[in-house]
Design a binder for this molecule. Structure first.
Ligand code: FAD
Ligand code: NAP
Length: 536
């Protein structure tokens, strides 16, 4: 057993112990690299360690929101539900850590604060809250949706009740019974938590700034017959994921929403709605994110559903998104979301027209009213994509700060490397398909590519690798061109950083499709890592 952090030198330092960090350790160790992990949390799990709020579960189905790297693991592990709940996903990642003996490589409660590249030695010195280590390579697996954003509400300190963030939920169960609860945020976290909290709270007040399109998950216990089928077909399922634009095992529709009659269109939407899940955007029509007119048909389908479920027409209209095309903010999945607003113990408050102005010991106040609250839940999101890395003081060549380099917006080559920052790899970094593809598949593809590059360097006696500035510029420009052909960049969402005051507006996800991106990365490697420079 190694004592993490005690060895002076490592081949690779991995930041984070979620899906990405754990697999990076597996892979690097398999290739004989000496590896150390730093993790801010007290244990493994990443997102599934931190987000323990009621109702937290995945919105990709568990049979493919899981690792593919071990046949034994995927054959033995049994998911109990179509979309596993947070405790089950965390148990899965704990099982992986135990099965592959990963904890012995990880220093927990260790927040990486600073990392500096030494150009003479071609090594990174990484300083954490629990000590310093050096390594030839740093693999950032710090997460796309891991840097919690606390809204800067003046006067929040005056609130004397219980205050919880969905993204940093306590480990003990929170009991809402008999309590007047307020929740701010109706993104994916809020949409999952609201129906559950409403069931036990004395009263739930939902403070909504922007209504979202919430699609039904249709969660259900995992059917044993389907589970057997999955296990017998895992190779084909994983291959489909690798070859699909969203890293999911489904064929996408090839039909435009505008090429069918309104009756046919409604039937297609209804069938996908009844099946449930984000497959709605894969199964129905192929132009929902590229053509506003096509998008409007899907948006109106969801709004008509809201009107059919929510009894009070005024509340139904408040819940109906009008300000953004469907899917340009990540659509949450949830069962019973809209029906929850029919409950007598639930109040919906529109804080777009009457923003929160202040707090008192037991109330949230808007310009129009005061709402008595014992418990406040903030489901207000994350500084996504760049937040986790930029919270570290990263210094590359010539002391260049990553914060300075990315001051006007992130720049990467393939979401894997950053010019000026040799031997630093970013797993699912900006301008990779990251959050628009099923993430475990994306994580494995990135880690395999990174490990392949490290192996190549070892066998060629190379000391550093660095993205070319011109390759980086070309990739960022290409990514922007692809994104601008869609409706995504028009919407103020966390995808473009609009939720973070002062953050440069930029759509930093590669939208060209996971399969073509993966093939591109493979070609780059086959061509001697085209677009990267090496040194001895
Ligand atoms: P993370 O799981 O975010 O892990 C990053 C780790 O890095 C964290 O443990 C963090 O503590 C650590 N870290 C960060 N900074 C530092 C530092 N400075 N020092 C030390 N450690 C640090 N994606 C999907 O594809 N499908 C889903 O269904 C899905 N559901 C989600 C549900 C929730 C509630 C959330 C928040 C996200 C969800 N996602 C989903 C996206 C999610 O980010 C990925 O699925 C996946 O968890 C990414 O794994 P990761 O290891 O890359 O990052
Ligand atoms: P989010 O999507 O960013 O939603 C944050 C919510 O809080 C939004 O409704 C936002 O309103 C509101 N908000 C933020 N700051 C506010 C402020 N100062 N005042 C008032 N309202 C404010 O965050 P999230 O719900 O945590 O989800 C983030 C991402 O994590 C998701 O998109 C998804 O990718 C992932 N996730 C997935 C699941 C899942 O089902 N598997 C669950 C949770 C999270 P505006 O829209 O007006 O900004």
């Amino acid at each position: 057993m190694t004592d993490p952090g005690k060895s002076p030198e490592y081949d690779g330092i991995v930041i984070g112990a979620g899906f990405a960090g754990l697999y990076a350790i597996v892979k690097l160790r398999e290739l004989g690299f000496n590896v150390l992990g730093f993790e801010k949390a007290s244990d493994v799990g990443g997102v599934w360690y931190w987000n323990r709020y009621p109702g937290a579960r995945c919105d990709c189905e568990s049979y493919y929101y899981s690792y593919s790297f071990s046949t034994e693991l995927q054959q033995k592990w049994r998911w109990s539900q179509r979309y596993a709940e947070q405790p089950e996903i965390l148990a899965y990642l704990n099982h992986v850590a135990e099965q592959f003996n990963l904890r012995r490589h990880i220093l927990f409660d260790a927040t990486v604060e600073r990392m500096v590249f030494d150009e003479r030695a071609n090594r990174w010195t990484v300083t954490s809250s629990r000590g310093t280590a050096t390594a030839k390579f740093v693999i950032s697996a710090a997460g796309c949706i891991s840097a919690l954003q606390k809204p800067d509400y003046p006067g929040l300190d005056a609130f004397a009740g219980e205050l919880y963030y969905t993204g940093a939920w306590p480990h003990e169960e929170v009991d809402f019974s008999g309590r007047r609860v307020g929740i701010v945020g109706t993104g994916a976290s809020g949409a999952q938590a609201i129906p559950i909290i409403a069931k036990t709270a004395k009263h739930l007040t939902v403070f909504q700034r922007t209504p979202n399109f919430v699609l039904p998950a249709r969660n259900a216990p995992m059917d044993p017959g389907f589970d057997d089928w999955v296990k017998a077909h895992y190779d084909e399922i994983r291959t489909m994921c690798l070859n699909s634009p969203g890293a999911v095992p489904f064929e996408g529709s090839k039909i435009s929403a505008l090429d069918v009659s309104p009756e046919e269109r409604a039937a297609v939407y209804q069938k996908a709605w009844d099946r449930g899940g984000l497959r709605f955007f894969v199964d129905t029509f192929n132009d929902l994110i590229t053509n506003k007119e096509a998008n409007d048909t899907a948006a109106e389908f969801v709004r008509s559903h809201i009107r059919s479920v929510v009894k009070d027409p005024r509340i139904a209209e408040m819940l109906s998104p009008r300000s953004h095309p469907i899917a340009t903010k990540r659509p949450p999945l949830g069962d019973d979301y809209y029906a929850t607003f029919n409950r007598p113990n639930v109040t919906l408050v529109d804080i777009a027209s009457t923003p929160i102005t202040s707090f008192s010991a037991r109330a949230v106040r808007t310009a129009e009213a005061s709402y008595e609250i014992d418990t406040l839940v903030l489901a207000t999101g994350f500084d996504a994509m760049t937040g986790a890395l930029l919270r570290i003081d990263v210094r590359g060549r010539g002391g260049l700060a990553l914060k300075a380099k990315w001051a006007e917006g992130a720049k990467t080559y393939l979401g894997l490397g950053v010019a000026g920052f040799p031997n630093l790899f970013t797993v699912t970094g900006p301008f990779s398909p990251s959050v628009v593809a099923n993430m475990p598949t994306g994580v494995e593809q990135h880690v395999d590519w990174i490990a392949g590059c490290m192996n190549y360097m070892r066998s060629h006696g190379l000391e550093f690798v660095e993205a070319d500035e011109s390759a980086e510029e070309g990739w960022v420009a290409h990514s922007a061109e692809v994104a601008n052909a869609t409706l995504y960049p028009q919407t103020s969402s966390w995808y473009v950083g609009a939720n973070i005051p002062g953050k440069p507006r930029q759509f930093s996800v590669y939208l060209g499709g996971f399969s073509s991106y993966r093939e591109h990365c493979e070609r780059v490697a086959q061509n001697g890592y085209e677009g990267f420079a090496f040194g001895r």
